[in-house]
Write a protein that binds this ligand. Sequence first.
Ligand code: ASP
Length: 329
Amino acid sequence: MKPNIKILATGGTIAGSAKLSTTTTGYKAGALGIDSLINAVPEIHEFANVTGEQICSIDSKDITDEIWLTLAKRINEIFSRDEADGIVITHGTDTLEETAYFLNLTVHSDKPVVLTGAMRPATAISSDGSINLLNAVRVAVNKNSFGKGVLVALNDEINSAREVMKTNTLTVSTFRNFEFGLLGCINDGTPEFYRTSTRRHTSNSEFDIDGLTELPRVKIIYGHAGDDEIFIDAAINAGVKGIVYAGMGNGSIHANAEKFLARATDQGIVVIRSSRCSGGSVIPAEKSYVDENFLDGDNLSPHKARILLQLALTKTTDRSEIQRMFNQY
Ligand code: ASP
C-alpha cells in the first residue's frame, strides 16, 4: 500500500508565474494553487496517495506568526487524526528556513515533515519546482526520514531545519549548511541519509502552541560599526519581550549599544547575543555580558534565535531556563 502524503501549500516561487519563460525575477509568487502544482508532477502518484491543501498563497517574505501557528496546529491535527503518513510543505525560499525551524520545535510527531520550494518560477525554463516537489515526496515516504526532525529538501539535497540557511539570492543551490553539512542527498531519486542533528526537536520538544493565538514580540537588532541606541530604545518603547542582538564575531556588542541593552534586561526584556557571522557558536565572553544578564545564542542564526526565544517566552521569563533551551534546541 502506498503511503498517504498531504501537501500543504503556502505560495512562493514554486507556485510563481511569470509572463516569459526566460523570467526568473519580477514574477508573481504564490500565483498557482496546490492542484496546479500536483498536476504538474503526475510522477508523485507512483510514490504516494497525495492530497493537497492550500494554507495560504503568499510570497514568503510576508510570512507571519499567525500563519506559523495555523500551519503547526494543522500538522499536529493531521498526525493526531492519522490523516497522513507524512507531510510536504511548499514554501517560498526567502523564509523557508524560519518556518522549518518553527515547525521543528512545535510539531509533535516523528513522522516526516519536509519543506520544499523553488528558485525559478513554475513558468521558467528549467524550473526547479517540479523535481523539488517530487523529491520532497520521495523523502516524505522514505522510512529513514522518520524521527529526523523537520527536513528541507531542494536541489537533490536534504538539510536539517535547525541548520539550513538560504545562502545565495539567486542560485538553485542556495540552501546550505556550511558548518555541519547535509543530512543526506537524493541520489537519482533515492534519498540517502548520512547523519542526524543531535538537538531536541519535534516529538522531543517541550513547546506547545495548541492554545496560542499569538507569539511574544521579539526583534532582531543588527550590530554594526558606529552602532548606537536608536533601535534598542525603539524596541524597549514598543514593549518587546525579547531582543536578539546580531553581534560582531562571538556576539560582541558595540559599547554604544551595550549600555542600552543592559537597560533592556533591567526592564525584564530577555536579550540573546547572536552573531552576524555565518558560522560558529556564540559562547560566554566578556564578564560584563554575564553581569548584564545577556544570554548566549549558540550557533543559531539571529532569525532562528528569534524563533526559539519567542517559543521560550511562551513558557517562562526565567533566564537560566531560557539559556537551557538555547543549549538544547
Ligand atoms: N520571494 C519568494 C518567496 O520567498 C522567493 C522564492 O520562493 O524563491 O516566496
